[in-house]
Design a protein around this ligand. Structure first.
Ligand code: MG
Length: 300
């Protein structure tokens, strides 16, 4: 287990990626309460909301109010997702200190998700990052469909490398590899990381896996073995997958933490505290927590 990290940073994406894919629109006060509760669990990075047009994502139309309402902790980072320069300007007004941008590996997904070609999405990112740099914001670059596309199928790791390299050149500090439809397997995840690491330091790579096909923890384990130490997860497994019917969404934070604890990898996060937050948010989504650990612990 020589390449396994001693410490892993979990990036909580429930309030943004999770809630944007939930059917129920959660009241602003509950979102703020959720983020404040997550801030008490030991998590150090919580993706708070997005500044995407409410026309596309009505669930997160209250991004500015959410950001303004959180009891910001000085040792916790609260990045927000930005679609374009207009979104960045709104986020800056709301006090955002850290952002994430997004692109996809296939033209079809790019059109469906960001309503433009891959080349145009990179142009938008370039324009956005010029301003982000002026404000010295830390920027994460998401790559959607890094392990497969619901429309175009298999995605060659070289395509992901090409995009990752461009995002780094444009000023992204970190690249987050999203298995948006949760279709990847450990072998594919391994091949992807092995393709990227000769060009991009592993410390700058993060993984964002979905459990649609039940592979998320296996994929995470495979990446840990290669030294990946930044992992996205979502409290209660919040978030579905709009392109895979009936699919479970993001891997649950509780389940990832249980795996880390079992491996003796430190995270600084308290499992019981997470489970309480998971049960809290489940009251408002109308769905039981999609975390096997939370379900098991609460059935006892
Ligand atoms: Mg996701």
């Amino acid at each position: 287990m020589s390449n396994f990290p001693n410490h892993v940073t979990l990036v909580e994406v429930g309030p943004r990626d999770g809630l944007q894919n939930e059917k129920n629109i959660i009241p602003t006060a509950i979102k703020i309460d959720l983020i404040n509760r997550l801030s008490q669990t030991g998590l150090k990075i919580i993706e708070a909301t997005s500044f995407v047009s409410p026309k596309w994502i009505p669930q997160l139309a209250d991004g500015a109010a959410v950001l303004a309402g959180i009891s910001l902790q000085t040792d916790i980072r609260y990045p927000v997702l930005i679609p374009n320069l207009n979104g960045l300007n709104r986020a800056l007004q709301a006090g955002a200190k850290e952002i994430a941008v997004i692109c996809a590996t296939t033209e079809t997904f790019s059109q469906k998700n960001t309503h433009c070609s891959i080349a145009d999405s990179l142009k938008r990112i370039q324009e956005t990052l010029v301003t982000a740099k002026q404000h010295q914001l830390r920027v994460r670059g998401y790559i959607s469909c890094a392990l497969g596309c619901p429309f175009e199928g298999t995605v060659p790791p070289k395509k992901v490398l090409e995009l990752a390299t461009q995002l780094i050149t444009l000023g992204c500090h970190e690249i987050c590899l999203g298995d948006t439809i949760g279709i990847g397997t450990p072998l594919q995840a391994t091949q992807l990381i092995q393709t990227l690491v000769p060009e991009i330091p592993i410390q700058r790579l993060a993984i964002h896996f979905h459990d649609t096909y039940g592979q998320a923890l296996a994929n995470i384990y495979a990446c840990l073995a290669l030294g990946i130490s930044t992992i996205d997860s979502s409290i209660a497994g919040l978030g579905g997958c709009p392109y895979a019917k009936g699919a479970t969404g993001n891997v649950a934070t509780e389940d990832v933490l249980y795996l880390m604890n079992g491996l003796g990898i430190t995270t600084g996060i308290d499992l019981d505290a997470l489970i309480s937050v998971s049960q809290f948010v489940a009251q408002f989504t109308g769905q039981p927590p999609r975390s096997k650990v939370t379900l098991a612990k609460t059935r006892i």
